[in-house]
Write a protein that binds this ligand. Structure first.
Ligand SMILES: Nc1ncnc2c1ncn2[C@@H]1O[C@H](COP(=O)(O)OP(=O)(O)OP(=O)(O)O)[C@@H](O)[C@H]1O
Ligand SMILES: [Mg+2]
Length: 575
């Protein structure tokens, strides 16, 4: 690339001519005029110094013999000034100078001598050389400065790029570490969920057997009030165990949910008295709901439980009393607006308190199952994890904001319901069809012999007869040889064939034979549309199931009777 001429490369330089005789000054001027430089004349040493200080003089032409200050003295003074240490000084000497004088002159800073009479070409040539030298020197200086500037600029740019790079590397590392920590946390919670879910499932089965048998035992001990009291105590313990199991299943997101369209304002209104009783007189409960809220889709019983958990947490955080505010407002969520929430219409529900708040560690771990700061016997650490599990299972997210000594707000988003029919419960399961008479033959299928025995005992106690099978294949085998069964109650999670697979097979070979799925968690897919019994179920649940029997149309009655090889009438079990 062609370089621009450096500024000043062709500019004129200043040449100072010093002589006390104006005629000589004029003659120097005439000689040097054709060089095209700036010629400045000074008639005395004082005038010369004055000009020097005001300009950037390149060359000084000095007459050695001047009346007030001779040329040597002037040169000495000029050289003493730091600005003029390298300025070219040419002496013009009218008298014959000897070698000693010359030496003195050079020591005082002269760079050249021109004898008088001045030979014009000689003077011009000498001055021209020094003028060029001056110009080149300035040019070099400028180039140098420019180079230094550029180097400084590049260095600064590099330093900035380096700093940015370091910052980016740092940010990436931080993001990666955070992502890894999150993955770790999620994996931990997932395994904890699986573990909890598994334990809760097994506990459910145990509790079924315990509660079922205790209830039956009570019937045989009506005349022994002391034993009855003991049994009641045992039943109460079992029920508390069942509540705990439910919370564990909720955290594991495997609880059986019955979502329906729920009007949050109505729901809170209906439970506010109960909430007030739970928090006591020192804590005020206020509500703040947007008017005309769209119903949300959630299991209302579980939502009540969640609100109760949050309110009790708020109470615990305000030992000296305070205020809890329950809020709800509509929110249209766009993509990426709320982390973890799909775009759509939601209702944001909040429970705010003015309590002690949480420190960073507590806030980070608050929704972790079994995490509690309340000490043994005071908290199970399942309250918030139950709420979190319910919200996640219902298609929402939960967020907690808390500041020590200021208070806590727990808020969660729940999707609005597609059904806007005034919050009627949504239908669950198809009607059951069972045969009359009122004493039914029930096939109980469960791989857990203890559960099957407990269920059988409760059903028999209700006056019906029971056949137990421990697997789906054994049940099908039984039905193929003796189809005279009125109702099948089957466990969902069984090795080999699940309860819903068994139901599908039964409906294929014996259409019309009702099948009820007994399950303790939401492993059973909703879409089977089958009626369910939630474990641990009690005898009264079974009684309610049998009580909903209604007669079947005659046509079905005939087909069932034919396949059963018996004549009997058939009924329908409605919800
Ligand atoms: N509103 C709140 N203010 C301050 N801290 C809270 C609040 N809610 C929860 N926490 C903290 O989070 C922890 C976990 O709460 P969580 O409801 O899961 O369990 P818990 O209340 O300790 O026990 P549980 O609810 O099973 O009786 C609490 O122990 C408490 O430290
Ligand atoms: Mg709690």
């Amino acid at each position: 690339m062609a370089r621009e001429p450096v500024d000043g490369a062709n500019s004129k330089v200043d040449i100072l001519l010093v002589d006390d005789q104006p005629a000589k000054l004029l003659s120097y001027e005439a000689i040097l005029e054709q060089l095209g430089e700036n010629l400045i004349k000074a008639g005395s040493a004082t005038e010369a110094l004055d000009q020097l200080l005001r300009r950037n003089v390149a060359i000084i032409l000095i007459d050695v013999c001047m009346p007030d200050l001779d040329g040597f003295q002037l040169a000495t003074m000029i050289r003493e000034h730091p600005r003029f240490q390298k300025t070219a000084i040419i002496f013009v000497s009218a008298i014959q100078v000897n070698d000693l004088d010359l030496l003195r002159g050079y020591q005082l800073g002269a760079v050249d001598y021109v004898p008088v009479p001045v030979i014009p070409e000689l003077l011009r040539a000498k001055v021209k050389v020094f003028a060029e030298l001056y110009r080149k020197t300035r040019q070099l200086e400028r180039l140098n400065a420019e180079l230094e500037n550029r180097v400084a600029e590049r260095t600064a740019e590099l330093a900035q790029a380096n700093a940015e790079l370091e910052q980016r590397v740092e940010q990436r590392t931080r993001e990666r570490e955070e992502a890894l920590a999150q993955v770790h946390e999620m994996r931990k919670l997932e395994s904890l969920g699986q573990l909890t879910g598994g334990v809760a499932h097994d506990f459910n089965n145990l509790l079924m057997a315990v509660l079922g048998n205790l209830e039956l035992a009570k019937k045989y001990l009506r005349d022994q009030p002391r034993v009855l009291r003991l049994i009641d105590g045992a039943i109460q313990g079992g029920e508390r165990g069942a509540t705990l199991t439910k919370r564990m299943l909720a955290f594991a997101r495997r609880q059986e949910l019955k979502p329906e369209a729920v009007d949050i304002a109505k729901l809170v209104d209906s439970m506010i008295e109960m909430l007030r009783r739970s928090v006591g007189p020192a804590v005020q409960i206020a509500t703040d709901f947007e008017t005309g809220l769209t119903p949300i889709r959630v299991d209302p019983n579980q939502l009540e439980l969640a609100l109760l958990n949050l309110t009790v947490n708020a109470r615990d955080a305000m030992p000296a009393g305070g205020e809890v505010t329950i809020t709800a407002c509509r929110e249209q969520v766009g993509a990426g607006d709320v982390a973890g929430l799909a775009p759509g219409e939601y209702v944001r529900i909040g429970v705010r308190d003015t309590g002690l708040g949480m420190d960073e560690e507590t806030l980070r771990r608050a929704t972790e199952p079994f995490f509690t700061t309340k000490g043994p016997g005071h908290g199970t650490g399942l309250g918030l994890s139950m709420v979190d599990g319910l919200v996640a299972q219902s298609g929402g997210v939960l967020r907690i904001e808390s500041r020590p000594t200021i208070g806590t707000t727990v808020e969660f988003w729940l999707p609005v319901s597609a059904a806007r029919d005034g919050c009627e419960p949504e239908p669950s399961g198809a009607p059951l069809r069972v045969g009359e008479p009122r004493s039914f033959r029930v096939l109980v299928v469960d791989d857990d012999a203890m559960v099957a025995a407990g269920t059988a005992a409760m059903i028999e106690d209700l006056g019906h007869s029971v056949i137990k099978e421990q697997s789906a294949s054994r049940a099908l085998e039984h039905l193929s040889t003796r189809p005279n069964i009125d109702l099948v109650i089957t466990d969902y999670a069984m090795p080999g064939m699940t309860g819903s697979e068994l139901a599908a097979e039964i409906h294929r070979v014996l259409p019309g034979l009702p099948v009820v799925i007994a399950t303790g968690y939401s492993g059973a897919p909703e879409e089977t549309g089958l009626p369910r019994l939630n474990k641990p179920y009690r005898q009264q649940d079974l009684a309610a199931l049998f009580a909903t029997l209604t007669p079947l149309p005659a046509a079905l009655s005939i087909s069932r009777a034919a396949s059963a090889g018996e004549s009997e009438s058939i009924g329908v079990l409605g919800n």
